[in-house]
Design a protein around this ligand. Structure first.
Ligand code: CDP
Length: 213
């Protein structure tokens, strides 16, 4: 048995990393893990318990008892902006990050369904979770373009949106992700940067495939 192929796709919010990672996984027949959902699940558990995401003790407990097998990843509440903001807050806590390392590394080492590879998207896959990944992509785009995409995504879902607020919150989350002490968002030294500011999903996918092949 050869080890599964691991593709790490990191980048900031609304950079296009999720769309790209899902498509790579589908094209290559690999399993796909959106690791942001793990942090979102911890943030949502606190919101639902009526607790603040800044409550470190509660966040560490929620991460410790998190059970990926029992989680309903299709819950739409996982994908709303309030949960995304809470995820960014719990994600700065080192013990929360530590508690979620195992589930991510197991997925990469043993992709579900016996798939020959795994694509993981997140912030620290190429730097911390899978530093030995076979391929590392860092997907980015200008913040104004990322905020525009997020506004459209929320509008398409029927959510009420204030564009200026989306931009402001995205700047705050970027700042928190890039400056936190543990596993800050940054390209791995050996990552290929894919800037999608002027690329649509097809062009980003074609570029990523050319980097992988
Ligand atoms: O794409 P978007 O930023 O909206 O959401 P996400 O990828 O689901 O991530 C939500 C938050 O979780 C991010 O702002 C990060 O703070 C955190 N996160 C992380 O720290 N490490 C990861 N591997 C994935 C997400």
């Amino acid at each position: 048995m050869t080890d599964p192929v691991v593709i790490a796709v990191d980048g900031p919010a609304a950079s296009g990393k999720g769309t790209l990672a899902r498509r790579l996984a589908a094209e290559l027949g690999y399993a796909y893990l959106d690791t942001g959902l793990l942090y979102r699940a911890v943030g949502l558990a606190l919101i639902r318990a009526g607790l603040s995401p800044a409550d470190q003790k509660a966040a560490i407990h929620a991460a410790a008892v998190f059970d990926a097998a029992a989680e309903d990843f299709s819950d739409p509440a996982l994908r709303n902006e309030e949960t995304g903001a809470a995820a960014g807050i719990v994600a700065v806590i080192p013990a929360v990050r530590d508690a979620l390392i195992g589930v991510q590394r197991r997925f990469a080492a043993n992709p579900p369904g016996g798939a020959p590879g795994a694509v993981l998207d997140g912030r620290d896959i190429g730097t911390v979770i899978c530093p030995d990944a076979d391929y590392k992509l860092f997907v980015e785009a200008d913040i104004e373009e990322r905020a525009r995409r997020r506004v459209k995504e929320l509008q398409d879902r029927g959510d009420a949106v204030i564009p200026a607020r989306v931009l402001k919150e995205m700047k705050e989350r970027d700042e928190r992700d890039r400056t936190r002490a543990v596993a800050p968002l940054a390209p791995a030294a050996d990552a290929s940067v894919v800037n999608t500011t002027n690329l649509n999903a097809d062009a980003a996918f074609a570029l990523a495939m050319s980097l992988i092949r």
